[in-house]
Design a protein around this ligand. Sequence first.
Ligand code: SF4
Ligand code: SF4
Length: 287
Amino acid sequence: MREIVILSGKGGTGKTTISGSLAVLASNKVMADCDVDAANLHLLLKPVTRSSFPFYGMPKARINREKCLECYLCVFRCAFEAIEPGLVVNESRCEGCAVCYHTCPCKAVEMVEHVAGRLHISDTAYGPLVHARLGAGEDNSGKLVTAVRREARRLAEEEKKELIITDGPPGIGCPAISCLAGVDLVLVVTEPTLAAKHDLERVLDLADHFGCHAVACINKCDLEPAITQEIERLCRQRSVPVVGELPYDEKAMEATKKGQPVVELGGPLAGQITALWREVKKILGKR
Ligand code: SF4
Ligand code: SF4
């Protein structure tokens, strides 16, 4: 089984547009949406939920007032000021570190499981999709990414799929790091702006750090040809193959409005994404 993750240094470069099209082009695969803070692959793939279960984040502290001696040790020790003067835990501040639990001399603090989101296994016209929704204001996105990837692997094994294609989160934070362990290929989507070029370097550094093989794709490459050339040069210097140079195409906007993968609409962008997928398959085959 192979696993590809699609990343970008920042949001809005076209990562999900490409992921949605690869869902159409690739066969015998499981799709996974690991952009858990702003999941939107489902808007293109129109999933029908097969099963759904809660995602537990870090447990939250709760004080049992019957056992509490009101010594306030826990209030002083909590680095997040999550225990209010009335000895009530403010859940949105509690990080689940359990310092209060270990501090309390009379075992009045309990650590209680906390549902931070939901994980879904769904069917789409293009095969199964594993996706998730993190609750408003919840963190733990790295942990949820790990849960989505674990579920995608389990499903791929169970249904004998050869490939997992993961729409990863933007940036280089904890969720992106959680996407990298053990992947066969990282496809980094960028666009010809100086900010995006800088972000591309940061994602490539991250991929290098974790020993992942990376390839790049330049979206809307014809809008700023000079910066596209700079990105090509950067990729050459770093021995990162550019597997796709995608033109600006109004069909991308049309596809988003219709909630449809752009590759289904045809046109120059669809043609180039199809060529990109051929390149990616070749590289995967060689590895
Ligand atoms: S678990 Fe940690 S963050 Fe939460 S109330 Fe206890 S000490 Fe504070
Ligand atoms: S440390 Fe334990 S006994 Fe002291 S105030 Fe906190 S919960 Fe109550």
